[in-house]
Design a protein around this ligand. Structure first.
Ligand SMILES: O=C(O)C(=O)C[C@]1(C(=O)O)C=C[C@@H](O)C=C1
Length: 352
């Protein structure tokens, strides 16, 4: 059974450890600063990593370099080391600096926390940052996270941190501002919270649940966060001036909110999901093509040709019924499977 070694058993480490165990992996954990259940506890870093397939570093970002230096003498080249920090540029530098070309490593960021795990939110998404020193490491990490039921997004560490500064860190910054400006709001919310505020209220809850730890990490450990904060502050000051200036009274259209069009974050997120899903579909198509090749070999041994028109007709009928069950247009799904069957036959002909 795959053994996962978890260095760091804080709030995230604990929740992540539970997810790993529920997925059927064997878990071992080490954290000198907190209580670790005896069933999974290791008593030293050496004991933690011995024989593990995967070493997950789940320590605060500023402690990463020291943590990697501590595990470095004990890990071997057949193991994989990954981090789970909410920023990526600095942890990746720590992994590269401490493990280099000798030990496979890869930076990852599970886009979920203890709160979303408790609420059983789905999908669980993970960003993996492939690196050129260990190209295979990203593939192994993908396999691991997919076994946990996660959807994978691949991104460079820089792109990840830039995107996080503009989204996650910014949302936390705004929520922090609202909490500080109106303390009573979080403790004693009005009886009716309009939908427009619900998203923000949830972010405020996350900021408070993390007791400032994640909030600080998102800002202080992300090299791009300060610029994004600055741009927001300038935009807010400008918007405030507009609201109070005389110009608004005479030209209310100056307050119009620009149409985001294709730059909408909603659209962007939907497209990122679509990209990731299409990739999964291609993995399934690859597996289907392998099965078709196997069917082709079996048919050849029986002296049958590639095309089996009656099997295809039966198969297409069934797919159209399944399409209806899923609320999809049967004719369109028929087209999709006609194309899949063409692919299948061409794979089988190549095997002739
Ligand atoms: O079932 C078979 O006979 C196959 O070879 C597989 C398959 C398919 O891809 O589903 C491929 C070609 C045949 O014409 C029918 C079906």
């Amino acid at each position: 059974m795959t053994l996962v070694a978890l260095l760091g058993y804080g709030r995230f480490g604990r929740a992540f450890g539970d997810l790993v165990t529920e997925a059927g992996f064997h878990l071992r954990a080490y954290d000198p600063y907190t209580e670790v259940p005896e069933a999974v506890r290791a008593n030293s870093v050496a004991e933690l990593v011995a024989g593990a397939d995967l070493v997950v570093v789940a320590v605060p970002v500023p402690a990463m370099t020291a943590a990697v230096a501590e595990i470095a003498p004990h890990v071997t080249p057949d193991q994989l080391v990954l981090d789970v920090g909410s920023v990526k540029v600095r942890p990746v530098a720590a992994l590269e600096g401490g493990l280099g070309a000798r030990i496979p490593w890869v930076g990852t960021h599970p886009l979920f926390g203890p709160l979303s795990l408790t609420l059983a939110e789905r999908p669980l998404r993970v960003v993996i940052c492939p690196n050129e020193v260990h190209p295979e490491a990203a593939r192994r990490a993908r396999y691991f996270y997919e076994s946990l039921g996660c959807v994978i997004i691949e991104q460079s560490a820089e792109d990840h941190d830039r995107a996080m500064a503009r989204t996650h860190a910014l949302a936390f910054f705004i929520a922090k501002g609202v909490i500080d400006a109106d303390k009573a709001l979080a403790d004693d919310p009005p009886p009716f919270v309009p939908p427009s505020f619900q998203g923000l209220a949830r972010t405020m809850q996350s900021v408070r649940a993390d007791a400032g730890h994640l909030y600080r990490a998102l800002h202080q450990d992300n090299p791009f966060a300060a610029d994004v904060r600055q741009a927001l502050i300038e935009a807010l000051v400008h918007a405030d001036r507009k609201l109070t200036s005389a110009e608004v009274a005479t030209a209310p259209e100056s307050l119009a909110i620009p149409d985001l069009g294709t730059r909408s974050p909603e659209l962007h997120e939907a497209r990122a999901h679509i990209d990731s899903l299409d990739r999964d579909l291609l993995v399934l198509l690859r597996r289907r093509a392998d099965l078709a090749a196997r069917a082709g070999r079996a048919k050849r041994a029986l002296g049958h040709g590639v095309l089996d028109a009656s099997r295809e007709a039966e198969l297409l009928n069934q797919r159209r019924r399944w399409a209806e069950e899923q609320g999809l247009d049967p004719a369109a799904v028929d087209d999709v499977f006609q194309a899949i069957l063409r692919l299948s036959r061409s794979v089988q002909r190549q095997g002739d």
